[in-house]
Design a protein around this ligand. Structure first.
Ligand SMILES: [Zn+2]
Length: 628
């Protein structure tokens, strides 16, 4: 999802002749028949889930996510969001729920009464976001099991990427969804205030019945539409090799369609626009095509034949900037002028998730940075590539990049948690966002200073091709980058990802003193001294540039291991300035203001300089974090 700053080796199955090769090992097959009640804001549905036991061992327990139960007063999400607020109350329209009315297992029978709510992550016995079913006999390895479920949803007014706003519906996390067998155990976490999702790949055949005047869109391909006698219509969708299914409906949507030809497929683009935002459809479309092009050329092919972009209804802010497979929500307002590239940024970011969440399906509960953080880094690169150095703000005097704008987000929380913390265990929302998104993005930009931008791009390409349609871990990512860069970067991963060290270098002093103050001006020789200080605990090699008043420049390289280093020069020239990281490559440095010093006057009086670049970037970080 877009961060809200205020809070923001496939196993091919046997195939029929000529059937296209599945992209993923299809562990799950969902068939859902859902009917929306647009008056009561509820859904009644039946679900048939066939689960292939590819775990290599017998399974007799199955956990299911029931995410909509997070929108209840005593849920863990409610507890986490309103911790310590004694007067907080969940309003009626904010409540959501999912109830399993019946659960049958083929060959076994009705097991509805056997469902038990479990809370694997905390001590909250009132949380009902995970239910577990124990079967009377195990499912053997290689066998499948079919669950037949009848369920009822009560949708909340849009919150946390799902719900309704008047007649706008974003229906996400809305059906009983089985957990993932991962590293020898079920992985099925409760819903939390700070977390996203994790699921297995498979197929989805979903029918949605809505009032006939509604326009719908979903994670699947539309395969049929039937008008019913009662004034409704039933739209059938099929999605393959995806791990979630969301859909939307709104009678107000205006549909804008186009195609884009990639290296693997012709991609059908469908924008579902609010009427008041039609003037922004072109901005969405060009940002999306530019992003598709960069991902295709840099990181790997986009293999699906579609992408649907939902423009949320006014007032449905909590549904903006969210990704689902082959389907995402954008975000704009008619108030946003051409100079604020927020609609473009959200489209780029949410499309990026198609790669790092949609195909490289990492565990967002446990390693959120692998999706949001890698996606933030690729967002920096693509926004810069598409819109240049003014990729966030582009007004006459006010310009700045996306990367600059995010720095502030993590600098204030860098000591709180390591990036690799489980999502719900971060100190708070600011820490989760600042570290999972911005710090990871800045860490990967910083890594470019060590291995080079091109090498990191190749590493991401290798990582994508190797791990798409699987569930890799952080260590898989680190291993892949090490391999492509042909160096052991453990020292960097340990500090930047597993550690909480602060990266901060400063010019502690810079001065020039005449050796003989009485010498003639043209014979004057100066002793110059520069002290560079590592203020933080993060050890990182740096360059230092020293400029002299005769135009001479000296570049020094320091491994940063000691706390400080002193450079001395004996020259006919005086030092004018000293700057650590003159190429501005170390994005993780939490304070750019202390990176340079200007030496002024014969006495060697010193003052800090904030050069134009530093001023602009730090100002913009503040401005943009407020804007977004
Ligand atoms: Zn995101």
């Amino acid at each position: 999802m877009r961060r809200i700053f205020l809070a923001c080796a496939a196993l091919a199955l046997p195939l029929a002749a000529q059937a296209p090769q599945p992209l993923s090992s299809r562990v799950v097959a969902y068939q859902i028949d859902a009917r929306l009640d647009a008056v009561k804001k509820t859904i009644d549905a039946t679900e048939t889930l066939t689960y292939q036991n590819l775990t290599g061992q017998p399974l007799d327990t199955f956990p299911f996510h029931l995410y909509l139960n997070a929108f209840q007063p005593k849920s863990s999400v409610s507890r986490e969001l309103h911790r310590g607020d004694p007067v907080w109350e969940l309003k009626n329209e904010e409540r959501g729920a999912i109830e399993i009315k019946k659960l049958e297992v083929d060959g076994i029978g009705d097991l509805t009464s056997q469902l038990r709510f479990v809370h694997p992550d905390d001590d909250n016995a009132d949380d009902r976001t995970v239910a577990e079913l124990k079967l009377p006999k195990p499912i053997a390895p290689g066998q499948s099991v079919t669950f037949r479920i009848t369920f009822h949803d009560r949708l909340p007014q849009v919150t946390m990427r799902t719900g309704y706003r008047r007649n706008f519906y974003l229906v996400g996390q809305w059906f009983p969804k089985v957990g993932v067998w991962w590293h020898g155990a079920w992985n099925c976490h409760q819903f939390h205030a700070n977390t996203e999702f994790f699921a297995d790949f498979g197929t989805y055949d979903v029918k949605v019945t809505v009032p006939r005047n509604f326009v719908t869109g979903s994670s699947g391909d539309e395969v049929a539409t039937v008008n019913n006698p009662d004034g409704t219509k039933t739209v059938s969708y099929r999605g393959e090799d995806i791990h979630d299914f969301a859909w939307t409906a709104d009678p107000n949507y205006r549909v804008v369609e186009d195609t884009w030809k990639g290296s693997a497929a012709i991609v059908h683009i469908r924008l579902l626009m609010q009427p008041g935002h039609m003037s922004h459809a072109g901005r969405y479309m060009s940002a999306l095509k530019g992003t598709l092009d960069r991902f295709d050329r840099w990181y790997g092919p986009y293999p699906y034949d579609r992408i649907t972009v939902v423009d949320p209804a006014p007032g449905a802010l909590a549904s903006g900037g969210m990704e689902y497979p082959t389907f995402f929500t954008a975000d704009t307002s008619w108030l946003i002028g051409k100079g604020v590239l927020l609609p473009e940024l959200v489209v780029e970011h949410e499309f990026g998730h198609q790669y790092w969440y949609g195909m490289v399906a990492t565990n967002e509960f446990e390693e959120a940075w692998m999706d949001e953080g890698i996606n933030t880094y690729t967002e920096f690169k693509i926004m810069d590539s598409l819109y240049g150095r003014n990729s966030m703000l582009n007004y006459a005097v006010l310009t700045g990049t996306d990367a600059d704008s995010q720095r502030r987000g993590y600098a204030s929380v860098v000591r709180n948690d390591p990036i690799t913390r489980k999502a719900w265990q971060f100190l708070g929302g600011g820490s989760y966002g600042g570290l999972s998104y911005a710090k990871t993005g800045a860490a990967l930009l910083t890594l470019e200073a060590i291995i080079g931008e091109d090498t990191l791009r190749r590493a991401l390409n290798t990582y994508f091709l190797r791990y798409r349609f699987t569930h890799p871990t952080g260590e898989d990512f680190f291993k892949t980058v090490n391999e492509v860069a042909e160096q052991d970067l453990r020292w960097f991963w340990d500090q930047a990802f597993y550690g909480t060290q602060v990266l901060d270098y400063e010019i502690l002093s810079a001065s020039s003193e005449p050796v003989d103050p009485d010498a003639k001006e043209n014979k004057m020789i100066y002793n110059s001294e520069i002290v560079v200080h590592r203020k933080g605990d993060f050890i990182f090699p740096v360059e230092v540039e020293i400029r002299f008043d005769n135009g001479e420049k000296i570049r020094e390289r320091w491994d940063g291991r000691d706390r400080w280093i002193r450079y001395t020069y004996r020259k006919k020239a005086k030092v004018v300035s000293a700057e650590v990281d003159p190429g501005h490559r170390i994005a993780l440095d939490v304070d750019f203001f202390n990176n340079s010093r200007l030496v002024k006057g014969d006495t060697g009086a010193r003052r800090k300089i904030a050069n134009y670049w530093t001023m602009v970037t730090q100002f913009l970080a503040a401005a943009a974090s407020w804007l977004v």
